[in-house]
Design a protein around this ligand. Structure first.
Ligand SMILES: [Cu+2]
Length: 156
């Protein structure tokens, strides 16, 4: 036991620097804590802004085609054939196909090149949106009558 008894005066002198040290430590700890928090907050607000931007963009993307005039093209299926069987549309535009099945039997409008597939009941109709497309010839067919039901979308 080598500890010397500490006088009240001596104790006071020792306590004072200790409190300053503790306060300094607390301050630096607080700074360390607040720095990442601020960073995180900034990151969060950036994410929020990005999401907001995306929502606005998506909203516009959905409303824009609805407001724009979409060309409507009617195609009839009669005696398992498309009429017309060749449709010309402009490149880079969205087109609405209305396919009327005038036959009493079901048909499936299908196109690998247009990535579309839709069953149309006998006497029914289907609405198929295509485009915007690059120039070219896009084959479509009636899957239930592939020998007779064939057509092309010609994009120019
Ligand atoms: Cu199919």
């Amino acid at each position: 036991m080598t500890e010397a008894p500490i006088s009240p005066g001596h104790q006071k002198e020792q306590e004072a620097p200790d409190i300053t040290k503790v306060m300094k430590n607390m301050k630096s700890q607080a700074e360390n804590l607040s720095a990442p928090k601020e960073l995180k907050a900034r990151k969060d607000s950036k994410t929020l802004l990005a999401l907001l931007g995306l929502a606005l963009f998506t909203g516009l993307a959905f409303t824009a085609p609805a407001m724009a005039e979409v060309q409507i093209i009617e195609i009839n299926i009669k005696d398992h054939k498309f009429d017309p069987d060749e449709i010309e549309i402009p490149a880079g535009t969205k087109v609405k196909l209305v396919v009327n099945n005038l036959d009493p039997t079901p048909e499936e409008f299908e196109s690998f090149e247009l990535n579309r597939e839709k069953i149309i009941v006998g006497g029914g109709k289907a609405i198929i949106f295509i485009g915007p497309l690059d120039p070219g010839r896009y084959h479509f067919f009636g899957e239930f009558n592939m020998d007779s039901a064939n057509g092309y979308i010609v994009v120019k």
